[in-house]
Design a protein. Sequence first.
Length: 198
Amino acid sequence: MTTYDNIFKIKHNNILPKQGSILISEPFLQDTYFQRSVVLLIDHNDEGSMGLVLNKKTKLIVSDFFPELKTYKEISIFLGGPVFPNRLFFIHSLGQKIIPESIQIDNSLYFDGDFKAIKQYILDGQTIEGKVKFFLGYSGWTKGQLVNEIIENSWLVSRADHTTLLAAEGDEFWKSSLESLGNGYETWANYPKDPYLN
C-alpha cells in the first residue's frame, strides 16, 4: 500500500549542521513544537545542539513578564522549544557593544546577553522591530541526536539569510524556507498540514 510518507519522502540535502544554520522540519512531524518549524542553531558541537524555533508565535508579550515595558509597543514572544519553557531567551542584531555578554552566531546575529541592557535599550525608546526577537524555552539535542534525525530525513539543513530570521513567523516562513531550496522540495512545501482532511 502506498502511503503519504512514500509519495512525499525526500532525502536530506547533505548539508552538515553548524552554528548559524537553520533546520527545516519535514512535513510529517506532528509534534507541537516542531510541526512546520524552522529552527536556528545557536550551537552545534560533538556534545549536542541547541536551537530556537523561529516561527511559532505565542499570544504572550514581553510586558507580561516585565510590567515596566507595558507603555511600549507590544513585543511578541515565540515558542523556542520544550527545554526551560519558563525562561526567556532572545536573538538580536544589536551587537556586543549595545548588549554585553551576547554570544555571536555570525557577523550580524547574536544570542542572549545582558538582559538589563536590552530592557534599558527598549526603555530609552529605541526601536527593536527587526532587530530583536524573544523566545520562551529552547530546543535541545543530545550527543549525536540531531545528526541521526537529519539522516532519518526529519530535517533539512540550510544556510538562511539571517536578516529574514528576526521577522519570521508562521507556516508561511516554513514554506518559503523550503521553496528557497529549489524545485526539489515543492512536494514538501505543498504537502497538506492534515492530509486526512483533504
